[in-house]
Write a protein that binds this ligand. Sequence first.
Ligand SMILES: [Zn+2]
Length: 262
Amino acid sequence: MPTRWLNPRLIVRACIFLLLGAVTNVMVAWGCVFWIPATPSTTKSVHTWPRHNSADWPKASAISAATRPGFSREAWYGDNTDEFVARMREVSQAAVNAARNSDDPATSFRLYKDTVDSMGDPRERMPLRSASCDQMAAGWPLLSLYCEHVLVDEVFVSGPSAAGTRRFESTTGWNIPDWIPWRDRRLNVRRRIPLEPLPLELAANTAFYAVFAAGLVMLTNRMRRHLRRRAGRCANCNYDLRATTTGACPECGAAIPPRATT
Ligand SMILES: [Zn+2]
């Protein structure tokens, strides 16, 4: 009995349908990116996709989220302004306290400066950092492809060599070029073609479409055979059997089921 399932033709057919299912899933997911509007509907965090680039993140909060069947998007923003200001306050307080130890202005200034040097001037060592992360997932019936876009901006307020800005940008998607028209242009939200598979969801969608395609093919075959038989033709090869009296098709040899007609 189990050998029936090892039939090479069946395996090849199953593989073809699975491939078809996977391709359909990707096409549907990418189609959703273009066609499903995702106007932010709530500020509540809906998904907890892991961010890859989370180590350097200041505390971040979701600023907008939109989830619809087929497409979901969530934007995050965070900065370290509070941390930066707290550190500045801490250093200057310590320096002022140190300066109080002397009445001589020159010594007082040296004590102040030494303290700042030993603790590190936040403006030189600690960049003001802001980070934004855009997470998108698309796919139907399940969200199956994911993309994350991270933008980290660092500003060094002052410093002998490090003054300036730095920007890190990384994405696991493909930016939709401007010449392709898509719906969210007016919201100034850039959409990306997600390239990162969410394995479980991808497998489930692939199976869903594969079963759907196999069912469709089976139904078509059955329908075709039924129509041929009704027209008095061989269900197997469409050969005209109206003049045939034997129990087998003269063209392909298939057995002819006894007809109910007289
Ligand atoms: Zn036949």
